[in-house]
Design a protein. Structure first.
Length: 307
């Protein structure tokens, strides 16, 4: 494989397969290195790997929805937003290929929330957790484009209209225990409205003999020589880690409703509910008319703000 140099942006392709399941994600295109233009860098996340054949033809209407373009800037774009005075940023993606994961899912309507810069330096060392948190151990996030490290990072998938949340549509066995109404019961069919559940970025040791994730990382090595032995994801896994049958809800998450206002070109957001690490049950706010926060479009994503 030809290396991505420090002086130019190079896209490579290969056929990515899982050693454990012999499953192909199609042609993979690599990005990163902080030398692409704005559109390339903002879409190069959360791994530097994107499915070259995405989006499929059958998703054309979904990807071309007017509401998606408002949040993401265009149907295949991505746009950064920030609440005035906040220390974190949001990025809404269209069908730009961002968000590809080890299960070959992702690539559309990816949503990111970046925390402040971290004091940790590359290469990172995995944080260790215990007491049942070993598979839910939150980690800082190194952006594939610039290797800038963020103290925390949340991600999920945007949805609009249709009534169901993405993890509800799959369906995840634990979803019915989340306590969230269908989106159409929360004004989800109104123009300009969208929803997301965000989950924290977690990482853990991955046995390469059981599953090869090197194709996801490419030449982005935030954990140095240990990168290809490391697997990261946004943690929408059940607390009991029974991926296919677990009914315990993920241990940390936040559910949001958004409304894009055409007159002001701003987004109003409401936290509808959240589950924190120190409470067994979620907190539900949607029944009490929570106060909104406002997001304004920013000229640069967070990782370019100091370039």
């Amino acid at each position: 494989m030809k290396a991505i140099t420090s002086s130019e942006f190079i896209c490579l392709t290969l056929i990515a397969t899982f050693t454990s399941s012999v499953k192909s994600c199609g042609q993979i295109e690599y990005c990163g290195g902080a030398h692409g233009d704005f559109e390339q860098e903002i879409s190069c996340t959360c791994y530097p790997a994107k499915n070259k054949d995405f989006p499929p033809y059958t998703w054309q209407d979904y990807c071309n929805a007017d509401v998606l373009a408002k949040y993401a800037g265009s149907s295949k774009g991505a746009k950064a937003w920030q609440s005035p005075g906040a220390d974190n940023y949001w990025v809404f993606h269209g069908c730009d290929g961002a968000g590809l994961m080890d299960d070959c899912m992702g690539g559309s309507t990816y949503v990111e929330q970046f925390g402040p810069y971290s004091n940790e330096q590359l290469p990172l060392t995995l944080h260790e957790c215990s007491g049942g948190w070993e598979s839910h151990c939150t980690q800082p996030f190194a952006h594939p484009g610039t290797d800038k490290v963020y103290d925390w990072y949340n991600a999920g998938q945007l949805t609009y209209a249709g009534g169901k949340w993405p993890d509800q549509t799959v369906p995840k066995p634990w979803w019915d225990n989340m306590g969230l109404p269908d989106t159409d019961q929360l004004g989800g069919n109104d123009p300009g409205v969208a929803f997301v559940v965000l989950y924290p970025w977690v990482c853990g040791y991955n046995d390469p003999s059981q599953e090869d994730v090197s194709w996801l990382w490419g030449n982005h090595k935030p954990y140095g020589d240990k990168t290809y032995e490391t697997k990261c994801w946004y943690d929408n896994e059940p607390w009991d880690n029974n991926h296919f049958h677990g009914t315990t809800i993920p241990p940390i998450w936040q559910a949001y409703k958004f409304y894009y206002d055409d007159a002001s070109n701003t987004i109003s957001g409401w936290m509808l509910a959240e589950k924190t690490s120190d409470h067994k049950e979620p907190f539900y706010y949607y029944q009490n008319n929570p106060d909104p926060f406002v997001l304004q479009a920013v000229g640069s994503p967070p990782w370019l703000a100091e370039e």
